[in-house]
Design a protein around this ligand. Structure first.
Ligand code: SAM
Ligand code: SF4
Ligand code: F3S
Length: 464
């Protein structure tokens, strides 16, 4: 390869020359919806597309390939994707060579129906077929196939370890430890679109964590729908608590996080692991979903309010400075005024640091979608606002108590809106903002004196 040709290629912005190999420099836009698991999957998809010569770009207009990694947990999530699919129709009309694919949970749920509804979609690949992405894109590029749909529930566990990963960011790494869910909460679509629980082998997880540490990542978040049941489907005997402790030992990793914990399965061993761990963060995200036994039973959550409160007590006793956050659903079928009042009382009693609040969304195929006594939309919204008001007041009052204290933050960098204000998270997962001093570097652990509290964040100054 002569230098002149190389120069011409650069000017043409058409070919890339890498180690003497020439291949098309193609651009991929990957839109990600939904939870952290979808982000983690998309990082693997980006890795695979990278091996085919694609680089990721931020704008759909210039893309040779568009991938939407979708979510269907609530109707609003699906609506966003349908909106995007509509937008992409115009791009495809201008550029018929564009390859357009749908992956993720909506792909799994809808399959072929997506292409029937929007024929400009070229392929639909379900959650268990992520590893096939490279083959499918190649076949479409070579025009061996024109449309492709596969929603077979294969083993995503093996795929995860085979696929190269192109991580977003440089500090914090998502590491899936298990896929799927066995719990079948009556409102939830996830078990239907992600299949049964499958745990990755501990050595593969640890290898991935070590690899992230070697690349400079300081924080890992271990991902699963119910990390507490990690390993139950394997014979090699490592529990989630043991896995946490092993991950804690990986050199270079300063913070270990995990999500999500199902309260019915959070063991004392995990609480002990957090208490005794050096890098395991003192934050428990423990979705309760509701605060009365009547609704917890209808939701099939398999714990009572009393059991949940006892668990919170055990956590607070063992790790007194831990933060506890939750997910809440209002407007579940059969929710009475008494239930709702019970929920508000429950919140005032437990006092979460923060809560992610959702309006119940009917997901066809789930038992709750067909339950009698569905709640009218207006009432759902009214209850959501009341609930948020109560929770916001609690979050603010907990944060206000932190004013005057010091907290360790992992320095992330400038905040989105102001270069002179930097941001990071505490071990308890609270966002902290402070005026940039010019001395801190992303990835450092620094102490911040907290001077101001808001509902969702803290402000302070960097301590020397
Ligand atoms: N596996 C996790 C657990 O059990 O806590 C959470 C998984 S789900 C992706 C995240 C949250 O979405 C749930 O905790 C629940 O609050 C909410 N969610 C799930 N299905 C919902 C539905 N049909 N309507 C409203 N919110 C829903
Ligand atoms: Fe959904 Fe329940 Fe499984 Fe969480 S535990 S993913 S809410 S079915
Ligand atoms: Fe959505 Fe699937 Fe996650 S439905 S919340 S992307 S597991």
């Amino acid at each position: 390869m002569t230098e002149v040709v190389y120069y011409d290629i650069l000017v043409a912005d058409f070919f890339t020359v890498l180690n003497g190999v020439e291949f098309l420099s193609k651009k991929a836009f990957i839109g990600v919806y939904g939870c952290q698991m979808n982000i983690a999957d998309a990082e693997r998809m980006e890795g695979v597309l990278g091996t085919l010569g694609y680089e990721r770009i931020g704008e759909m207009q210039d893309a040779d390939l568009i991938l939407l990694n979708t979510c269907c947990v609530r109707e609003t999530a699906e609506d966003k994707v349908y909106g995007k699919i509509g937008e992409i129709k115009h791009i495809k009309q201008k550029n018929p060579q564009l390859i357009f694919g749908i992956t993720g949970c909506m792909a799994q749920k809808e399959g072929e129906a997506l292409i029937k509804r929007a024929p400009h979609i070229d392929f639909v690949l379900g959650t268990g077929r992520v590893a096939e992405l490279g083959n499918v894109v190649k076949q479409l590029e070579d025009e061996q196939v024109h449309h492709f749909v596969d929603t077979t529930m294969d083993d995503a566990v093996e795929a995860a370890s085979r696929m190269p990963v192109e991580r977003e960011g440089t500090l914090s790494a998502w590491v899936p430890i298990m896929y799927g869910c066995n719990n079948f909460c009556t409102y939830c679509i996830v078990p239907y679109v992600r299949g049964r629980e499958r745990s990755r082998r501990p050595e593969e997880i640890l290898a991935e964590v070590r690899d992230a540490a070697a690349k400079g990542f300081k924080e890992v978040t271990l991902l699963g729908q119910n990390v507490n049941s990690y390993g139950n489907d394997r014979e090699d005997g490592m529990s989630f608590a043991e896995l946490l402790t092993e991950v804690d030992k990986v050199e270079g990793i300063e913070r270990v996080r995990y999500m999500t914990s199902h309260p019915k399965d959070l063991s004392d061993a995990v609480i002990e692991a957090v208490k005794n761990g050096k890098h395991i963060c003192e934050h428990f995200h423990l979705p309760v979903q509701y605060g009365t036994d009547h609704l917890l039973h209808r939701m099939n959550r398999k714990y009572t309010v009393a059991q949940y409160k006892a668990l919170v007590e055990r956590i607070r006793e063992a790790v007194p400075n831990a933060s506890i956050t939750t997910d809440l659903i209002v407007g579940f079928p059969g929710e009475t005024d008494e239930d709702f009042q019970g929920m508000l009382d429950f919140l005032r009693e437990v006092r979460y640091d923060a809560a992610y609040t959702f309006i119940f969304s009917r997901r066809s195929g789930t038992p709750a979608a067909d339950m009698p006594d569905q709640i009218p939309d207006e009432l759902k919204k009214e209850r959501l606002h009341k609930l948020m008001d109560v929770q916001n007041e609690i979050s603010l009052s907990i944060n206000e108590k932190l004013v005057g204290s010091e907290a360790e933050v992992l320095v992330e960098g400038p905040s989105r809106t102001d270069e002179s204000v930097w941001t990071g998270h505490t071990r308890t997962s609270k966002i902290v903002l402070w005026p940039y001093t010019g001395k801190e570097q992303p990835g450092e652990l620094r102490r911040v004196s907290i001077t101001q509290a808001q509902t969702w964040l803290l402000k302070g100054t960097l301590a020397e």
